[in-house]
Write a protein that binds this ligand. Sequence first.
Ligand code: LLP
Length: 392
Amino acid sequence: MMTGRFPVESFQQIDTPFYYYDLDLLRHTLGIIADYAPEPNFHVHYALKACAVPEVLREIVSAGLGADCVSGGEIRAALEAGVPAGRIVFAGVAKADWEIALALDSDILCFNVESVEELEVISNMAAGRGKTARVCLRVNPDIDAHTHQNITTGLADNKFGIQMSDLQRAIEVCCLLPNIEFLGLHFHIGSQITDMQPFRNLCMRINTLVEQTEQSGVIVRHINVGGGLGINYEHPNHIPVADFEAYFNVFRRMLNLRPEQTLHFELGRSVVAPCGSLITRVLYVKQGKEKQFAIVDAGMTDLIRPALYNAFHRIENISNNGPVDETYDVVGPICESSDVFVRNFSMAVAHRGDLLAIRSAGAYGEIMASQYNLRRLPGHITSDNIGKLKKK
Ligand code: LLP
């Protein structure tokens, strides 16, 4: 599937900056996920933290995915979008009491628990409701995902999860607490992982930990391997879908999964990143001493990934089909020198008023927007509703 064609005429009617979601690409991606993970005991929970736009969520729900939530707000959004409570998992290193209450009252599938203290709080709150909370223990597997240091989570010095050395005790506590039901183990090693080796290493670690746990007489029914599959930010038009085939094959081939065990995935970025673009307008083209700046009306408040992680997003001048032969720093209007989308980047020549598409921004884009400088939050439109726009 080739992507990269934008309805530029229709875009002229919309105030910039805004996010554009290509729902055809999203549906295509969801079809590929279904093709490569057809086993009834494989469950994909979409990580809402990547993007919670209702129109996007609705497609994901229709495809039958569950939800991975990290806050009460996300649990509400998942329920409102129609995710059955029995497909919602709830993670997070510090769940507030009201969030635990909401999860218990909604009867979600499972809490991913990160400490013994949290187990005790959940057990008490469940007892107060006459309920039993189902839990997986989040284990820190000490595996290097070799991604950006800000998005690596599975290393030993990280705040996430229970250390492997403390796992046995945490499982014992689960078995002792009257209102806790131990379901299994949860892991997550990081994000934007495109090399499959860290996932293979994770599988080997899981096999060992499950074996150890079961030797102590405790059955592991759920294995949750988290998310993390990366996408190709360099070539959004030619490689618009993550390598789900390789990803699911790693787990299919390397995990010693028994037929009665269920395998859970929490994919965020790989599901939605390619289908979203931030559409922005060139306000000024400014000649610096050594540089040429394309100053646009979107800033780090609309898409913070380049400023925060030095992340690359391809940018296209969608108002100009001409040759890609000018070099720009594409920068935003915010009073911060880190408000730069890309430096020394080749694009078709840009003029005031041109529309640029900042690609692969569907994940951790709109959802991370802020109002710093008292700016408006960016709006969004989808490929399904763009045709319904009235002419201005
Ligand atoms: N499960 C857990 C426990 C997580 O912490 C995350 C992401 C996911 C699943 C989903 O991971 P994904 O499939 O999207 O890689 N804002 C950063 C990414 C932060 C990821 C945080 N955790 C970025 O823009 O790159």
